[in-house]
Design a protein around this ligand. Structure first.
Ligand SMILES: Nc1nc2c(ncn2[C@@H]2O[C@H](COP(=O)(O)OP(=O)(O)OP(=O)(O)O)[C@@H](O)[C@H]2O)c(=O)[nH]1
Ligand SMILES: [Mg+2]
Length: 303
């Protein structure tokens, strides 16, 4: 299955909410007037697109309908798709590309959003693209976290650098960088703990890890990917806001799109934070991570 089919299957709940309601409205309100815009805006808000993004989309739709003299509401659908695709792609430079060897990816996010699973999936994806991968178990908060990553590393067939539970995460990253250099790996992916009790702790820990990376690999491409759980809806949007205050986030991995009708938050996140969604998780298996394609996503949502 390609991106289109996987995303389509994964997004079935979101799509049935969003596209069915949209089509219903376009069938009921045949002519283009204010009531159709109001109804459409409500559908977007109900699908977790978020208040701001929804009004932005509908405002652009109003203008487009006016400029292009769209009278028949059935012609609003392609216009709507185009607007959503535009919003999703504005300022985004396409897929995440690994430009240096090694490149370093730091994966952050709150408890249980899918960090460790997404790391395994990314490792699997990069490996399938012919890149060599090494992982760092820098979530040292509990032994189970290290064991979980080891199980995934074995399953996917990549190296893992780890220390004991409770050890310094920055020290694990240091070891992993040394191993990445010695073993000539293309990409190092670091797991981190979701359990840092407050902003200060989190900031300090990330600063320490970043300092090690900058010192040991000053030329390397550095990505900091924030993992968000789509099923948490607007809460994920506020996590994106909070994390961007403490970390220099370069992209988002949006997980669990398969189990939710809240896929619309992809649009809210892009609109409010202007951080590109890089990958989406559509299941629990190693293959269930897809590079995010905004235009196809917009097409699938309203198909
Ligand atoms: N359905 C579905 N489940 C997912 C997806 N991604 C992760 N999960 C599940 O979410 C649960 C938590 O995933 P983890 O990867 O352990 O999350 P984490 O962020 O590392 O959690 P902590 O280390 O405890 O903070 C697991 O049961 C995963 O299988 C996804 O895209 N779809
Ligand atoms: Mg984890």
């Amino acid at each position: 299955m390609g991106f289109f089919d996987k995303i389509k299957a994964g997004l079935s709940k979101t799509r049935s909410q969003l596209s069915e309601r949209t089509n219903e409205i376009l069938n009921i309100f045949k002519s283009v007037d204010e009531s159709v815009f109001e109804e459409l805006e409500e559908v977007l808000i109900m699908s977790d697109v978020g208040f701001d993004a929804s009004s932005e989309i509908i405002e652009r739709l109003r203008q487009k309908a006016h400029q292009e003299k769209i009278k028949d509401s059935s012609l609003l659908l392609p216009a709507l798709k185009e607007i959503v695709a535009d919003i999703m792609t504005e300022g985004v430079d396409g897929e995440l590309e690994l430009k240096t060897s090694p490149a370093v990816i730091l994966v952050i996010g709150v408890n249980g959003v899918g960090k460790t699973t997404s790391i395994a999936k990314m490792a699997n994806l990069f490996k399938s693209q012919g890149k060599s991968v090494i992982l760092a178990a820098a979530d040292t908060f509990r032994a189970a976290a290290i064991d979980q990553l080891q199980v995934w590393a074995d399953r996917v067939g990549v190296d893992l650098i780890k220390q004991q539970e409770g050890s310094d995460p920055a020290s694990v990253v240091y070891d992993a960088i040394a191993a990445a250099k010695a073993r000539k790996k293309d990409v190092l992916i670091c797991d981190t703990a979701g359990r840092l009790h407050n902003k200060k702790n989190l900031m300090d820990e990330l600063a320490k890890i970043n300092k090690i990376i900058d010192r040991e690999l000053p030329e390397a491409q550095k990505e900091c990917l924030l993992v968000l759980d789509a099923t948490t809806g607007q809460n994920a949007v506020s996590q994106a806001k909070n994390f961007s205050q403490v970390a220099d986030i370069s992209g988002i991995i949006l997980t669990k799109l398969d189990g939710t009708a809240k896929g619309g938050i992809v649009i809210a996140i892009k609109n409010e934070q202007d951080i590109p969604v890089r990958f989406v998780g559509v299941g629990e298996g190693a293959d269930d991570l897809q590079p995010f394609d905004a235009k196809q996503f917009a097409d699938v949502l309203f198909e």
